[in-house]
Design a protein around this ligand. Structure first.
Ligand SMILES: Nc1ncnc2c1ncn2[C@@H]1O[C@H](COP(=O)(O)OP(=O)(O)OP(=O)(O)O)[C@@H](O)[C@H]1O
Ligand SMILES: [Mg+2]
Length: 318
């Protein structure tokens, strides 16, 4: 196998949000991460752990508070809006819940066509042909061209979001909950589509999802985040996950009835306020194995095995 090349490299990235009179919130905390060209990198972790924020930082839709972002070896951390515009067509995002965020006055043709208008000088006919072909790729057809977003189901809108992100044939797509409100059969169809398009266009994806089965299906590697920190990077999340948080997350997700998930696990306590500890391991307050060292020293993300990294004082002894 040839040497892998990084499409993205992020180093020491922090994102801090501070609202007036409220304490600081670190949505992303000291994250180092490489995304290899051609891979599908999964990103999982419970709600609020910083997944969307991290994706937006990669695309510079959010500016990191600290740290560095390299795209194709180029440091884009301080790129201006104007400089980003020149490379924006190479990186796209399927936004979480974007189904509800489309311009209500736009037809499907306008929604999917907007990036084309911004980045290409093709004729109206050529653009329409591309839009119809992309619609077909996401399992819709040209009768949708004149529809407005309120005239479609959540799943249809989600597919419009995917079509829109792919229309410029970007190199990288961050898919933020791209299949979350789609039923099982269609979900599999969209996952297959994402895989086909990846092969066809040599794409790289960041795939954010609460759906572990979907993550397993299409990801080459999975990053697990907890309160802004990466706690584990693992080739296959169902195989040999070791961080106590990853294990708890898997246990929580595997409870069949979604309504019971939050109640039945140590992870999700209703109304519980989770504080980031001042020192030590970020997971110490909820971990069942916490020891003295966990309260005092923050564990570094260390190699467990080739391609498998864990930030836990206790895991490396096993
Ligand atoms: N614009 C913002 N202003 C202030 N706080 C924010 C902002 N965006 C995100 N946050 C906070 O940052 C943290 C991470 O949010 P983020 O949306 O990245 O989480 P997430 O992992 O994508 O969650 P979900 O799974 O629910 O989508 C949360 O505590 C959130 O409240
Ligand atoms: Mg999110």
């Amino acid at each position: 196998m040839g040497e892998s090349v990084n499409l993205f490299e992020i180093k020491g990235v922090y994102k801090c949000y501070q609202k007036k009179s409220k304490p600081k919130v670190y949505a992303v905390y000291n994250v180092d991460l490489n995304i290899k060209k051609g891979e599908v990198l999964g990103l999982v972790g419970e709600s609020g752990c910083g997944k969307s924020t991290l994706a937006k930082i990669l695309l510079k839709l959010e500016q990191p508070t600290m740290g560095q972002i390299l795209f194709n070896g180029q440091d884009i951390t301080d790129y201006s809006f104007h400089q980003m515009r020149k490379i924006r067509n190479r990186m796209q995002m399927v936004f979480q819940g974007n189904a509800n965020a489309f311009n209500p006055h736009f037809t499907v043709e306008q929604i999917i066509g907007e990036p084309l208008n911004n980045y290409s000088n093709e004729s109206k006919e050529e653009k329409e042909k591309k839009i119809v072909s992309m619609l077909e790729k996401v399992g819709l057809n040209k009768t949708y061209l004149t529809r407005y977003s309120h005239e479609m189901s959540g799943g249809q809108r989600q597919r419009i979001g995917i079509a829109r992100a792919l229309i410029l044939h970007p190199e990288f797509v961050a898919c933020d909950e791209a299949v979350s409100s789609i039923d099982y059969a269609l979900k599999n169809q969209i996952l297959t589509l994402l895989t086909d398009l990846k092969q066809q266009f040599g794409l790289t994806y960041l795939f954010i999802s609460h759906d572990i089965a979907a993550v397993n299906k299409i990801c080459d590697r999975v990053v697990v985040m907890y309160l802004g920190n990466i706690v584990e990077v693992i080739p296959n999340i169902n195989n040999n996950a070791q961080h106590p948080y990853t294990k708890a997350l898997l246990a929580a997700t595997l409870i069949p009835n979604p309504k019971n998930r939050r109640k039945n696990t140590v992870l999700f306590r209703e109304g519980e306020e989770i504080k980031i500890p001042d020192k030590g391991c970020v997971f110490q307050n909820r971990c069942i194995y916490t020891q003295e060292i966990c309260k005092n020293e923050q564990p570094a993300l260390k190699t467990q095995k080739e391609g498998h990294y864990i930030a836990c004082h206790l895991c490396h002894h096993s």
